[in-house]
Every structure is written in structure tokens, then in C-alpha cells.
Design a protein around this ligand. Structure first.
Ligand code: SF4
Ligand code: SF4
Length: 197
């Protein structure tokens, strides 16, 4: 199966990240979380939730803290704007070892790399001595596989099986039907724990 960067239209390059995250279904790309936060804030403020919250089992302190979190989330979301997708410069791609490695080889994703083994415990073998865990491709790949419950590996395997063009077509249909990337995210504290080391 032929698959290479040239097979991917310029306008589709933000849809799949080099590591296999489907940016097309990611909330930073879609922005539904921001819309929902603004809607909840509007409804709670309009309902004077602090007044009636205790009848629903909510306490005033908890409501105030939630408003603070919603405001911070809304402010950050508006400041950052929607993410265009990792490959075209979204998220932490500048400091990510995977994104940098993939781009340096002229690939779109790791699926094109002969060293990438989606069925291995260590899908990317490339170790790099770097101060931040995000910069080490092998370690980053392990974190991503855990956080995304191996959905990333499955995406890249699929790219190998059917090629990029068909993969993108299927992914667009899946997201249009309601699939979202957050549905596969693990409850493990993957990044928090890796930053402590
Ligand atoms: S920054 Fe790295 S880990 Fe994040 S989506 Fe891009 S390639 Fe994947
Ligand atoms: S060495 Fe690792 S990060 Fe680089 S392209 Fe291959 S699998 Fe991806």
C-alpha cells in the first residue's frame, strides 16, 4: 500500500497527528468543550445557582470553585483559539520528539517509518537523552499509547493497511457520526506522573 505525505491533501494535514492521535476528533480542534463551558456558565448564572444549589446537594463554595474553573477554562480556550492539528503546528508539537522526528524524515506519521512497530510494547525504539520526557520519541510514544488506550496505534496500523486517503475518508465519517478522541482517553495520570520523574 502506497502511503506518503504527498498522498495527503494540504488541507487534510491537520487531521491526524504524527503519533496517530486523530486531531479531527480532538476537542482542542473541534472546540465543543469551550462551547459547553460557556453554555453551562450562562445557565448557572441565569439560574442563580448559588441560591438554589444547596437544594440540589451543591454547596456555595463548590459552586464558586466551579465558576472559577469554568472562567479559567473559557479564558484559556479563547486565548489559544482552536488547534489546527498537530502536524500543522498545533499543541505541543514544537517540543514533541515524535513530531520533530517525523517531520525531519519527511513523513506525515510514524506509520511510514520502518522502525515503528505498533504491536510492540515499545512501538518507537528511538531513545534520546533530553531534559523533557516529551522530547524523547520512545518515551513520548509510550505515554501517548497509554493515554489514548492504543487508539493511536490502531490508527497508524489502519493507515498502513488502507493508505492515508482511505483512512482520512473513514475518519471523517466516524467523527461526523459522533466519535470523539476524548472517548478513548485513559484515566491514568500519564503526563502528570511523567513530569514528576
Ligand atoms: S505533539 Fe506529539 S504527542 Fe502531541 S499530537 Fe503531536 S505528535 Fe502526537
Ligand atoms: S523513529 Fe520513532 S518517532 Fe521517528 S518516525 Fe520512527 S517511530 Fe516515529
Amino acid at each position: 500500500m502506497s502511503f506518503k505525505l504527498d498522498d495527503v491533501q494540504e488541507t487534510d494535514r491537520g487531521l491526524l497527528a504524527p503519533c496517530g492521535i486523530l486531531c479531527l476528533g480532538c476537542d482542542s480542534y473541534i472546540g465543543e468543550g469551550l462551547d459547553a463551558a460557556e453554555e453551562l456558565k450562562k445557565i448557572w448564572e441565569g439560574s442563580n445557582i448559588i441560591d438554589v444549589g444547596p437544594m440540589l446537594g451543591l454547596n456555595a463554595k463548590g459552586i464558586t470553585e466551579t465558576f472559577k474553573s469554568l472562567n479559567a477554562f473559557i479564558k484559556a480556550g479563547k486565548k489559544q483559539g482552536k488547534c489546527p492539528g498537530c502536524y500543522v503546528g498545533g499543541g505541543p508539537s514544537k517540543i514533541c520528539g515524535i513530531a520533530n522526528c517525523v517531520k525531519s524524515k519527511g513523513y506525515w506519521t510514524c506509520a511510514e517509518c520502518g522502525d515503528y512497530d505498533p504491536d510492540s510494547e515499545k512501538p518507537c525504539p528511538l531513545e534520546k537523552e533530553v531534559p523533557m520526557p516529551l522530547g524523547n520519541p520512545s518515551q513520548m510514544m509510550k505515554m501517548i499509547c497509554t493515554r489514548y488506550s492504543k487508539d493511536t496505534n490502531n490508527n497508524l496500523k489502519k493507515c498502513r493497511e488502507i493508505g492515508y486517503a482511505a483512512f482520512i475518508k473513514e475518519a471523517k465519517k466516524k467523527v461526523a457520526k459522533g466519535w470523539r478522541t476524548w472517548q478513548v482517553i485513559s484515566d491514568e495520570m500519564v503526563f502528570t506522573n511523567s513530569m514528576k520523574k
